[in-house]
Design a protein around this ligand. Structure first.
Ligand code: FAD
Length: 318
């Protein structure tokens, strides 16, 4: 069976969920071979093996932490050259997409970004994308070179598929560009204790209807009762009520959770662009004619200041 390279997103050996989702998709089109780089790379092998990786290629060097993405592209290119895979899958994070784009250019391949599904096809993997603010779903395949595909978080279930992952050291020689841009400092964001917005299984978002930064506390309370991330519409962000890092939409983040709850959000096309692929959508809006109700699975016509706290209380009792 053809091998499929999976780029591993991890923090000091702790593998992030989108990588495990990639392993589910990789197993549909071949045998997953994971590529883990940097500090803790070898520590990823156990969990990757539990989710179907047959091999883990590892390489650790200070360059991965000290410089921007080029050392990682060098390493992934070395892995492509040693394995000749049927495809390369990379998580659709900002960094993942940059790595994938640079890799595709290096190896002369076509690239598909932000796939929401991948299946095997007669002429190579077929990727599904949601395009034009989620108005259309397209299926496409790369017709040149080894397909490089980035996949949005929450596009596939994490599945246990125990395999004996052999750990092998990857031989990497860094290019002249690898050390071109040095990282001079990192400022960790203050932790809210909530899941990362793009990876969360549940997102609770607030919009202009929340009517003030202080009122976002009720959105946060609902999010916390569900173990969810908090999102915001651009109107709420532009008003300074919530940080831009939490903005969902065309000029914010794109999310695809199992459950998306929109409160006081009208459903403008630019907001939909970032959340329309959510599996179940619930809206709370006092205007029964709000466009958001055209795309919801469940809608509540009501004042969010009544509905959201009642919902939070009800969830807490369960
Ligand atoms: P509104 O459209 O004002 O809607 C507020 C809603 O709250 C209304 O439906 C109202 O009925 C309801 N409401 C009010 N009070 C209550 C209450 N007490 N209880 C219940 N419901 C209540 N927008 C994004 O969100 N993300 C983006 O990334 C984004 N990118 C953009 C990019 C461009 C180039 C442009 C031009 C626009 C972009 N926008 C984006 C803005 C977008 O067009 C909308 O203006 C924005 O999404 C509106 O936010 P909103 O739904 O919170 O506010």
């Amino acid at each position: 069976m053809a091998e499929v390279l999976v780029y591993v997103d991890h923090v000091d050996g702790a593998v992030r969920k989108p990588t495990l989702e990639l392993l589910t998709l990789a197993r549909r089109i071949g045998s997953p071979v994971a590529v883990a780089l940097g500090a803790g790379a070898a520590d990823t092998a156990a969990v990757l093996g539990e989710h179907g990786a047959v091999k883990v290629l590892t390489h650790d060097a200070s360059e991965y932490a000290d410089y921007l993405v080029v050392p990682k592209v060098d390493a992934l290119q070395a892995a492509v050259e040693s394995v000749s895979p049927a495809a390369v899958l990379v998580p659709s994070s900002a960094e993942g997409k940059e790595i994938a784009a640079r890799l595709a250019l290096r190896i002369g391949s076509g690239i598909i970004t932000d796939a929401i599904d991948i299946e095997a096809g007669d002429e190579g993997p077929v990727a599904t994308q949601s395009v034009f603010a989620a108005s259309f779903t397209t299926k496409s395949r790369v017709s040149k070179g080894i397909p490089v595909i980035t996949v949005k978080p929450n596009s596939a279930a994490v599945e246990a598929a125990p395999a004996d992952a052999a750990v092998e050291a990857l031989a990497v020689s860094f290019s002249a560009q690898a050390t071109g841009t040095k990282v001079t400092g990192r400022t960790p964001r203050e932790s809210t204790g909530r899941p990362e917005l793009t990876e969360a299984a549940i997102v609770v978002s607030g919009g202009r209807g929340v009517n003030g930064a202080e009122n976002f506390a009720i959105i946060e309370a609902l999010a916390d009762s569900l173990g969810a991330a908090v999102g915001a519409s651009r109107a709420a962000v532009d008003a300074g009520w919530y940080p831009h890092t939490n903005q969902v939409g065309q000029t914010g983040k794109s999310v695809s959770p199992q459950l998306y709850i929109a409160s006081g959000i009208s459903g403008a096309i630019q907001h939909r662009a970032g959340m329309q692929t959510s599996k179940t959508i619930v809206a709370i809006n006092k205007d029964a004619e709000a466009p958001i109700f055209d795309l919801v699975d469940y809608g509540v016509v009501g004042d969010l200041f009544d509905v959201v706290p009642s919902l939070t209380e009800e969830i807490k009792t369960r």
